[in-house]
Design a protein around this ligand. Structure first.
Ligand code: ZN
Length: 534
């Protein structure tokens, strides 16, 4: 306000002046120069050799798609990041991110719950992404990892602005947005990020970029930088907060302990054998169909979780579109090849967690009717409306209105040849809006996340037995989305063993004075009575 007032007093037209200022600000070099000046000056920034950011933080589990219900108001589950360190070698274009994390909620793997003994170490050396395993061995990571890490390296205001100063970077579309100035920076490697700087101070306020998500399609990430403090002549933020354009979920938080500039760092060069090898590409999906009953197949294979195929008189129904779009496409193709001549028309979704809906965009694009608990409809409508333009995305390429059948307590899918009962999952602390399926003729219980033979810990009380008792079912076999078909007696035995393992973990942590979520394990008698007994 002040310059305007002063100059107005001098008799210079405010309109002419603001136009002139806008014209100056629109020059890209002015925009980046202003940010560089605020961060310590162009010369200082160009001279920086290394930056290390150390701290801790939290990340939103499954980008907000792993909560107890599908409601936007469901409490967010957090993955805790007790140790985080990002080292950037600006001189050579290398980065290492070392972090530990553990789930700040109960789940099935010991390492996920308590944290793995070794920190995860992810590196980037130019175009080569690689990881350091627990044994210290380096292994090349795939192209998607390299892409994500190039963005991650730039997710630091000093690194980004210095990169933007490089003649190979293009700065375009400089504009004003309220008190901020924005500009789009495109790197020689192809990434485009939008930088916002404070109109007054010139300090970077946030950076924004887009990425692909199997469930969400195009996702915009925005990391805000706050709490700038000087370190050896460079201004660096003490807080990073990343929000996505899905329900404004805070996807990641980083609390900085220490910013270090030009301190000695390890050599982050990729070993020669890693550098010379080709980046690993995921194996092509290979799905097998195993018959588990008359008109019922378990579809399983090398690239993701299972799906279950039901054959009706004149159509096919699938239970679950898990993991990813490509995997689900392969599941659907196997389903059609298994029962030629019948149309696949329906997809039953066990629950809304994103590992169980990674292929739902594929199902929507193919025009399948989604059959799921009524509480998930809002979420699935949100997903259906999201564009997908960045990566191969079935729904982005062929948008379709959502066809949805809501299930409340029970829905029977039946014709002359097949009967499948869908029931709302009760007595469960993992999903409050879940469905399981029961095939009475074959006494099969088809489920997602009731139980997995591969789990180490079990926290869901007696959910499996409770649901069987509540619906008064006769079950011979467990037919799972995760794992393999087992007799129900084995599932119950495994659940008991896994529950005891969780109890032992609680005893161990509490003896050490550490109090972890879900402890002590609640091992009650049946939680609820069957409807007939009420
Ligand atoms: Zn789940």
């Amino acid at each position: 306000m002040r310059p305007r007032a002063v100059l107005s007093a001098l008799g210079i037209g405010v309109f002419a002046l603001t136009s002139l200022m806008a014209a100056q600000q629109r020059r890209p070099e002015g925009f980046i120069a202003k940010a560089a000046a605020a961060l310590g000056g162009e010369t200082r920034l160009r001279a920086v050799k290394t930056i290390t950011v150390a701290g801790y933080g939290e990340a939103a589990y499954m980008n907000g798609g792993g909560n107890i219900s599908a409601s936007p108001d469901a409490p967010q589950k957090w993955v805790s990041i007790p140790e985080y360190e990002k080292t950037v070698d600006l001189e050579h274009g290398r980065m290492r991110v070392r972090q530990r994390n553990h789930q700040n909620f109960v789940f099935a793997g010991l390492a996920g719950y308590l944290g793995a003994p070794n920190a995860a170490v992810a590196l980037l050396d130019g175009k080569v992404a690689y990881n350091l395993g627990a044994n210290g061995r380096a292994a090349r990571a795939g192209e998607p990892a390299a892409q994500a890490r190039r963005i991650d390296m730039l997710n630091n205001p000093a690194v980004l602005v210095r990169a933007a100063l490089d003649p190979s970077a293009r700065v375009a579309n400089v504009r004003a947005e309220r008190t901020l100035q924005l500009g789009d920076i495109t790197m020689a490697t192809g990434e485009t990020l939008t930088l916002a700087i404070d109109g007054a101070s010139g300090l970077p306020a946030w950076v924004r970029w887009m990425a692909h998500d199997e469930n969400l399609g195009d996702v915009t990430f925005r990391t805000s930088f706050t709490g700038y403090l000087p370190v050896k002549g460079v201004m660096l933020p003490m807080g990073y907060n990343t929000v996505i354009d899905f329900r404004a979920v805070v996807q990641n938080k980083l609390y900085v302990d220490k910013n270090a500039v030009d301190e000695p760092i390890d050599d982050l060069t990729a070993p020669a054998d890693v550098r010379s090898g080709a980046p690993p590409a995921p194996a092509a999906p290979a799905v097998e169909a195993t018959r588990v009953g008359q008109g019922v197949w378990l579809l399983h294979g090398n690239g993701g979780a299972n799906s279950i195929l039901f054959e009706f008189a004149d159509h096919l129904t699938m239970f679950e579109a898990p993991s990813s779009q490509a995997w689900t496409k392969a599941l659907f193709e196997r389903a059609r090849a298994t029962v030629p001549g019948k149309r696949l028309t329906e997809l039953v979704v066990s629950h809304h967690h994103f590992d169980h809906t990674g292929g739902i965009r594929q199902a929507m694009a193919e025009g399948l009717t989604i059959v799921a608990h009524k509480g998930t409809e809002g979420l699935f409508r949100e997903l259906a409306a999201r564009p997908g333009t960045i990566a191969p995305d079935a729904l982005g390429a062929a948008p379709k209105p959502l066809k949805f059948t809501a299930v409340d307590d029970h829905l029977r899918l039946a014709d002359a040849t097949m009967q499948v009962d869908l029931y709302h999952v009760v007595s469960n602390s993992h999903m409050a809006e879940g469905l399981f399926a029961y095939v009475p003729k074959e006494r099969l219980l088809v489920e997602g996340d009731f139980f997995d033979v591969g789990w180490e810990l079990y926290w869901w009380q007696k959910t499996y037995a409770d649901n069987i008792a509540y619906r008064q079912l006769q079950v011979d076999s467990d037919v799972p989305v995760h794992g393999r078909v087992v007799p129900i007696a084995q599932a119950m035995q495994d659940i008991e063993r896994m529950t005891k393992a969780a109890d032992a973990v609680c005893a161990r942590t509490q003896a050490a004075g550490v109090f972890t979520p879900g402890c002590p394990v609640k091992i009650p008698a049946a939680v609820i009575d069957a409807p007939a007994a009420r």
